[in-house]
Design a protein around this ligand. Structure first.
Ligand SMILES: [Zn+2]
Length: 403
């Protein structure tokens, strides 16, 4: 075998072993050999190197041995590497430092009107936030193996390019600007795709080969995992579920079309429509310019019928769209998440009813729809998870052990 082939085979074997440990959590060498189909000698060899590098470590089995000595299990070393995730939103940038197993060590949310600042200023701002967050986790930049940036829009992550983002209505060069400032490997990925990869590696999608993630916030995003792989489509841009038109000539959307899913279901458009309803009411004392989506959600939950109708319509359109997705992809699970989850049954009750109404029974039976709680730093954690998934592919070259 040529040296290059041998290296490749070893790298693949190593990736499979690491992946097996990540999926199972605690596992013995014998079980790894069984699961990966590699010889015990190869598993012993490769795991020895990974233990020396501090990527994994041995732990005695918690089970009580029936006879002889305790079995030795292998687990990931959370301290093997740290990465930082950054999510750029319209009105804020959020940060999270995570360890090798995806646990958040520190997080930070900083308000900034991104579209009103030039990119160099936003990059300076991100640099400050990252350094602050790393310090907060009691680490130094030397300990950071990579940085991931999540942004909405069309991102060619392999080329490291953001082709279009609604945040500046055009191309963004933020990745290279941040990379230059931080001096670490920096990736950029569509925000919904990052959250999808993070749920595949560390969350609700772990161990599931076919699932969809729908994110509801300022926009409506989507990630698709088919046969265990993130589906990117022909151009690498991937899915734009938010801009599928379901209501011909319906409500206006920021993409320039009318009747998109996003025009009904996302925070921005629910807020816009709520302002419209409230402005037509006589004797209203509300300052509509200062009205937030949180205010509108609270008023609807308190029983405002006009506002409840807007949420209900959003949920119904979302459900109609998701029924179509299930019809096409036949996924095991659909994970709905994002800030929009705050609306609870206002949106997700009608959404579930619409899915049921528009889906064939046979398909409805196999797909579970999970509405997943959302934390402020989940976007940033997603962006970090994307970096980790890259890191796992060649950990011996890329991890920098934290001292
Ligand atoms: Zn649109």
């Amino acid at each position: 075998m040529k040296a290059a082939n041998r290296d490749f085979t070893r790298a693949m074997n190593q990736f499979n072993i690491l992946n097996t440990i990540r999926e199972v959590g605690r596992i013995s060498r014998v079980e790894i050999a069984e699961k990966t189909g590699q010889s015990r000698a190869s598993v012993t060899n490769i795991t020895a190197a990974m233990i020396r590098e501090g990527i994994i470590r041995e732990e005695p089995c918690r089970c009580t041995p029936s006879r002889g000595r305790k079995r030795i299990m292998l687990v990931l070393n959370p301290e093997a590497a740290y990465v930082v995730g950054v999510k750029i939103s319209a009105f804020q940038v959020s940060f999270a430092v995570v360890d090798f197993i995806g646990d958040v060590k520190s997080s930070l949310v900083m308000p900034i009107r991104v579209s009103e600042r030039d990119e160099e200023t936003v990059a300076d701002f991100i640099e400050d936030g990252v350094r602050h967050c790393v310090e907060d986790a009691r680490l130094s930049m030397e300990d950071i193996s990579g940085c991931g940036i999540g942004v909405s829009g069309f991102v060619d992550s392999a080329a490291g390019k953001c082709l279009w983002t609604p945040l500046k209505d055009g191309t963004s060069h933020i990745r290279s600007m941040v990379a230059r400032r931080l001096g670490v490997d920096t990736y950029i990925e569509n925000d919904a795709n990052s959250v999808t990869v993070a749920s595949q590696w560390f969350g609700q999608g772990k161990g599931i080969d076919n699932f969809l993630v729908v994110t509801v916030e300022h926009g409506v995003g989507m990630g698709i995992v088919v046969d265990g792989k993130l589906y990117r489509g022909a151009t690498g841009i991937g899915a734009e579920f938010g801009h599928v038109v379901l209501v011909p000539d319906g409500e206006p959307c920021r993409c320039g079309k009318r009747g998109c899913v996003e025009a009904y279901a996302c925070d921005g458009n629910i807020l816009r429509r709520a302002r419209g309803v409230l402005s037509r009411r006589r004797g209203g004392k509300l300052d509509l310019d200062r009205l937030t989506i949180e205010d509108v959600t609270r008023m609807a939950k308190d029983g405002d019928a006009g506002l409840r109708r807007i949420f209900r319509e959003g949920g119904t359109i979302l459900g109609q769209g998701i029924a179509g997705l299930i019809q096409i992809f036949n996924p095991e699970r659909v994970i709905v998440t994002g800030e929009g989850v705050r609306a609870g049954d206002l949106v997700f009750g009608p959404m579930r009813r619409a899915v049921k109404k528009y889906l064939n029974k046979e398909q409805a039976a196999v797909t579970r729809i999970v509405v997943q709680e959302w934390n402020d730093f989940d976007w940033a954690r997603g962006a970090a998870g994307f970096v980790l998934s890259e890191l796992y592919k060649s950990p011996l070259d890329r991890t920098r052990l934290a001292k």
